[in-house]
Ligand binder design. Structure first.
Ligand code: 5GP
Ligand code: ZN
Length: 136
């Protein structure tokens, strides 16, 4: 299904032009308009799914297989030194466009980007409690 109010649906369908670096029946891969680094790309399914919770397993599997493939091509062509693959879900986690997408972010020595989080101290008991919450 396509969502007529969704900008990534329009881009994925080719209705709005984009810097497309790969396209097949199910996906379009474009350069991000506000790149974190040179070569920052986005994998967009052509079908509209808001996030990881909505996209079916088969499609998300294909999206991540494609992420590996395109990351390999970008690494080879742009000669980056590292790679972050990021996928944000819902506003609290930084999602701003509510059409599932995977960020492919090539990293370069001294690129000045900070994509890491701040680690917190935690007690073993807290970890045990969280583990119990998740698995029970
Ligand atoms: P999110 O924060 O939802 O994970 O990522 C949305 C990404 O889409 C951002 O990195 C932003 O720069 C990019 N973006 C937003 N609008 C457009 C657009 O119209 N074209 C392209 N190519 N990228 C966009
Ligand atoms: Zn959409």
């Amino acid at each position: 299904m396509i969502n007529t109010n969704c900008i990534f649906c329009k881009i994925a369908e080719g209705e709005i032009p984009s810097k497309t670096i790969y396209e097949d029946e199910k996906f379009r891969v474009i350069l991000d308009l506000g790149p974190a680094t040179k070569g920052h790309a986005l994998i967009l399914p052509k079908q509209h799914y808001a996030n990881i919770f909505e996209i079916p397993e088969k499609e998300v599997g294909e999206a991540f297989i494609l992420a590996k493939k395109i990351a390999g091509i970008i690494k080879e062509k742009l000669n980056c030194d590292g790679f972050n693959i990021i996928q944000n879900n819902e506003k609290t986690a930084g999602q701003t466009v509510f059409h599932f997408h995977i960020h492919l972010i090539p990293r370069y020595f001294d690129d000045g980007q900070k994509i890491n989080w701040q680690s917190q101290d935690v007690m073993q008991e807290e970890l045990e409690e969280v583990k119990a919450q998740i698995i029970n």
